[in-house]
Design a protein around this ligand. Structure first.
Ligand code: GLA
Length: 391
């Protein structure tokens, strides 16, 4: 049985009350999808994410001392620590909250201790950025609770620093941006260099966004993600020595790529090739979207998958299988692996009338191939982080 938003609110209230008394505030922050533009954020390209109708919820209240007392209601785990001695925990989930506190303290903000309970219906480890949602919910709640006066963009940047420095994943800005700035029925066209963005309506009649979850737990923090980032930097550093204006892969043309080919090792070349192509592909895909040409848009999703699998090498056999399976179904406009990779979900744009049959056929084929149950989520695009009322 899966929990939904209503259950989440009830759980929050009950658990907070029995552990800590009356909460001061309740905040909700969603998970995210990304339609196209993968691994382009830290290469200062573009991304096209959206917040979804699955979220992390936090109840929070001030303490008079300097301690942080936390409970993860779904995991039935509690954690407490003094704000003056923040250290990484093997429990994992408290690190996203401590990382935020650490950054706020480093920024000179004045806080006292607090109690918090978190819960949510974002599937964990599925590549839907439950971690960014925890960070955004935490910073948003603390900003309100202590009147810190941070803007949404400042909070997003702070979440990224928390993840980079405390958690240790050198992630880009996409996940927290989408969670914080999400808008119902809209995708966010975000320029990760200038951080300019605009919303594009994505409310395609007759089309559903279906996520197929391999349940292969991706461990992004485990080196590979950071290795990809370093490989991209290596390509940039070579090109920068010849073209001083090249500060990121965003500045690299297809012609320049040619020069890279014989100068760096094959992996570095392939990583850079994928990113340069993906940045271009996303820009074309945005035009397709403006023209309402979802067929052309969907084709680009398949191309992205191909590049992520063969050039960037962040896919896995389960994701490749699902992308290939979708390609064989005329009612699926586009499909690809989504997020950091090595597991998690594929994102599929599916004709509404064929959603049920697609999901059950995919589940059957997946079971035959891997002897594993496939999970699926039909998601809609929702709003970003906000204070909620609990009634
Ligand atoms: C993870 C990271 C993001 C982004 C994606 C890949 O979700 O947190 O910053 O790099 O992978 O696009």
């Amino acid at each position: 049985m899966s929990i939904d938003a209503k259950d989440c609110k009830e759980i929050l209230q009950t658990v907070y009350q029995s552990n800590y008394g009356i909460a001061d505030l309740f905040v909700k922050s969603p998970g995210r999808i990304n339609l196209i533009g993968e691994h382009t954020d830290y290469n200062l390209g573009f991304v096209l994410p959206a917040a979804i109708d699955k979220a992390i919820y936090i109840a929070i209240g001030k303490r008079s001392d300097n301690e942080i007392h936390l409970t993860a209601a779904d995991l039935n785990e509690s954690f407490s620590i003094s704000m003056n001695e923040l250290v990484k925990s093997p429990l994992d989930w408290p690190n996203y909250i401590m990382g935020i506190v650490d950054q706020l303290l480093k920024g000179g903000h004045e806080l006292t201790g607090f109690n918090a309970v978190i819960t949510g219906d974002v599937p964990l480890g599925a590549g839907l950025s439950s971690s960014a949602a925890v960070e955004c919910a935490t910073v948003f709640a603390l900003n309100e609770l202590f009147g810190l006066g941070l803007s949404k963009l400042e909070m997003v940047k702070l979440c990224q620093r928390a993840e980079n420095h405390f958690v240790g994943l050198q992630c880009g800005i996409m996940d927290m941006f989408a969670s914080m700035f999400g808008k119902a029925d809209s995708v966010i066209q975000l320029d990760c260099r200038s951080l300019d963005f605009h919303y594009s309506p994505f409310n395609q009649k007759g089309i559903k966004i279906v996520l197929l979850d391999t349940c292969v737990k991706h461990s992004l923090a485990s080196t590979e993600y950071n290795v990809r980032r370093k490989e991209c930097e290596e390509g940039v550093s070579f090109l920068n020595s010849k073209y001083p204006n090249v500060a990121s892969l965003r500045d690299v043309s297809l012609e320049m790529l040619g020069e890279l080919k014989n100068a760096v090792n094959e992996n570095v070349y392939h990583r850079c090739k994928f990113i340069v192509e993906e940045i271009k592909r996303l820009q074309e895909a945005c035009l397709n979207l403006e023209q309402n040409d979802l067929i052309a848009f969907g084709k680009k999703m398949y191309e992205t998958h191909d590049g992520l699998s063969k050039l960037y090498q962040v896919s896995c056999e389960e994701l490749d299988f699902l992308a290939e399976f979708a390609k064989g179904n005329p009612h699926v406009l586009g499909a690809r692996m989504m997020g950091g990779g090595f597991g998690g979900c594929t994102i599929n744009l599916v004709e509404e009338s064929a959603v049920e049959s697609f999901i059950s056929e995919a589940a059957g084929a997946f079971q035959n191939e891997f002897n594993t149950n496939l999970k699926s989520y039909i998601v809609s695009i929702g709003n970003g982080t906000s204070v909620i009322s609990i009634d």
